[in-house]
Design a protein around this ligand. Structure first.
Ligand SMILES: Cc1cc2nc3c(=O)[nH]c(=O)nc-3n(C[C@H](O)[C@H](O)[C@H](O)COP(=O)(O)OP(=O)(O)OC[C@H]3O[C@@H](n4cnc5c(N)ncnc54)[C@H](O)[C@@H]3O)c2cc1C
Length: 417
């Protein structure tokens, strides 16, 4: 028997008060859907937005073309083209501007609120949810979701509250309970693994260079029968490597690394665009250019810090007091290889990336990406990280939340009308 729920009837119940859920709820309400409720498990909706981007919230990226934008999604890619063709980065910028938040572009394309504070984005979403009549119930984790066919859904919370709703938007992020609710309604979920993490390397000497940033490092990871190449800025940490290029690498290789328990071999060229033969000839030339100088005090690549250079010398067993003229040929070769083609053992996954997200979730082939409605269960919609979509760092993860949330809101409004 159904519980008495007459005072708990809604046109739309959104499960999950994150950015995707808020965007879906606000857009549905602004498109004319009355009685919209967000059910949030925790006491703090939009918590991830608040801590995002180091408290600045990297809202999106100035990558305007959907064809280019999709390349930043290791999972999602082509199917996302449909969603981005309808609501892209430029639309997100305009949406926020229309809702009182101006975004600034940084040199690398990342976009932040002009106040440089994530609170501005949180306040905007909360304010417009309120203004458009959306109710938000916190501490209301949904434990079950039942489809009544044309009659809508029954939504039951752990705190005992029960609601009836014509439409449901599932936007629970990477939380396992959301996958369970989707599976209960017939959806396939790709098992989730972490994405965007730092790497631990079995190279204790590197920890002496912790804090050192290198701008153009090339990395090649051979794992699980696949090769992943990445280049860009890295940060040496106490346990291994971090920085944008490493997070990008681990994002694309997330599944392969997981399947090998985060053990693998990483080839690193610390000198970026220099290849082995040019490094060999530069090093060999020092024998003639600087014969009387000491290896420790005269380094051929000035963009490498002295500390890093001395650590590399020590690592391959070269005395820094040696004169360049006395450098043995075999050591010259070892030094060139250590600088631009050496293998490091990946010994595990670092603690956290800048933007920890999950790879995996609701299979996109079972979702209509024009309006985010389930192909199995009419009236059920999806948005955000719950889907089998994840992006690299740079505002791409929020962007797919804005796009899929907006599309879901619009789709719900048209289906109710
Ligand atoms: C430290 C950090 C920094 C980040 N910085 C950035 C950044 O600057 N730019 C960027 O693009 N991305 C960033 N990300 C990634 C971004 O935060 C996520 O991609 C995004 O929050 C996903 O949004 P979502 O709405 O899908 O899920 P979430 O933000 O995870 O929201 C889902 C909500 O659903 C609730 N919930 C879960 N299960 C239930 C249930 N059963 N019933 C009710 N409620 C439920 C959760 O409590 C949560 O509030 C960052 C992530 C982290 C961890």
């Amino acid at each position: 028997m159904l519980p008495s729920i007459s005072s708990h009837n809604f046109n739309l119940v959104v499960i999950g008060g994150g950015p995707a859920g808020f965007m879906g709820a606000i857009n549905a309400a602004e498109e004319g859907v009355e009685s919209v409720l967000i059910l949030e498990a925790s006491s703090k909706p939009l918590e991830k937005v608040l801590i995002s981007g180091g408290g600045r919230c990297n809202v999106t990226n100035a990558c305007w073309d959907p064809c280019e934008l999709v390349l930043n999604y290791p999972r999602g890619k082509l199917p996302l083209f449909t969603a981005f063709s309808r609501f892209c980065t430029g639309d997100a910028v305009e949406w926020f501007s229309n809702h009182g938040v101006e975004l600034n572009i940084e040199m690398d394309g990342r976009m932040f609120p002009s106040s440089n504070s994530s609170i501005e984005v949180v306040n905007c979403l909360r304010r417009y949810a309120k203004n458009s009549g959306v109710k938000v119930y916190t501490k209301s984790a949904v434990k079950s979701l039942e489809s009544l066919g044309k009659e809508g859904f029954i939504v039951v919370c752990r705190n005992g509250l029960t609601f009836r709703s014509k439409k449901v938007l599932l936007a629970t992020g990477g939380h396992p309970s959301g996958y369970r609710l989707a599976k209960d309604l017939g959806h396939k979920c790709i098992f989730s693994v972490p994405s965007l993490f730092t790497l631990s390397l079995d190279a204790p000497w590197l920890s002496k260079c912790a804090g050192f940033v290198l701008d153009d490092v090339h990395m090649s990871l051979n794992i699980d029968g696949q090769r992943y190449n990445e280049a860009g800025t890295i940060l040496i940490t106490h346990w291994g490597l971090s920085g944008p290029a490493v997070l990008r690498l681990t994002s694309f290789a997330a599944r392969s690394l997981h399947s090998k328990n985060y053990i693998g071999s990483l080839n690193i060229n610390w000198l970026g665009n220099f290849d082995l033969s040019s490094v060999k000839s530069i090093i060999a030339s020092y024998r003639y250019k600087k014969p009387r100088s000491l290896l420790g005090s005269e380094r051929p690549f000035h963009f490498l810090s002295k500390r890093f250079w001395l650590s590399i010398l020590k690592q391959i067993g070269v005395n820094p007091s040696l004169r360049w003229a006395d450098l043995p040929r075999d050591v010259e070769r070892c030094l060139s290889e250590a600088l631009c083609s050496s293998n490091y053992l990946i010994s595990g996954r670092g603690k956290f990336g800048e933007e920890f997200v999950t790879a995996g979730g609701v299979d996109l082939s079972e979702v209509n990406l024009e309006n985010m409605e389930s192909r199995h269960c009419k009236g059920l919609f999806f948005a955000g990280e719950l889907l089998n979509v994840d992006g690299v760092t740079g505002g791409f993860n929020f962007q797919h939340c804005w796009s899929t949330g907006w599309l879901a809101g619009k789709g719900i409004a048209s289906s109710i009308k």
